[in-house]
Design a protein around this ligand. Structure first.
Ligand code: FES
Length: 108
C-alpha cells in the first residue's frame, strides 16, 4: 500500500493509504485531516500541492488541473482531489496560499 508523506503547516505527516486512494476523500473521512481541500471537484485549488517525490506514478495532469493551475503544473503542482495514489508519494502544501493569492490577483 502506498505511503503518503505530506508537508503542511510546518509539519510532515506520513500515512499509509489504500491503493488507488484519493487524498481529498481520505481527508473528508478524517484519515488525512491535515490535508487542505475545498470543493473536491477541481474548482477551488485549495487542495493544490507540489509533488516532491513520486510524480512519475501519477500520470499526466487532467484538464481541470491544467485549467486551474496553469503553468504551475509545469512546476510540479497538482490538485490532490484529482489524483489517484498508486505508489509512494511526497507532497507539500506549504505554497498553497501563494497560488491562491496569485489567482485572486488575476481575477481583479
Ligand atoms: S478540493 Fe477544490 S480543487 Fe481540489
Amino acid at each position: 500500500m502506498p505511503n503518503v508523506k505530506l508537508h503542511v503547516n510546518g509539519k510532515v505527516i506520513e500515512q499509509v493509504v489504500k491503493d488507488n486512494a484519493n487524498l481529498v476523500v481520505l481527508a473528508g473521512i478524517k484519515q488525512l485531516p491535515e490535508l487542505k481541500y475545498g470543493c473536491g471537484m477541481g474548482r477551488c485549488t485549495k487542495c493544490a500541492c507540489k509533488i516532491i517525490n513520486g510524480s512519475e506514478d501519477l500520470g499526466e495532469a487532467n484538464w481541470k488541473e491544467k485549467k486551474m493551475l496553469g503553468e504551475k503544473v509545469e512546476e510540479g503542482f497538482r490538485l490532490a482531489c484529482q489524483m489517484t495514489i498508486t505508489n509512494d508519494i511526497e507532497i507539500s502544501q506549504e505554497e498553497t496560499v501563494a497560488i491562491k493569492k496569485r489567482k485572486e490577483q488575476q481575477v481583479k
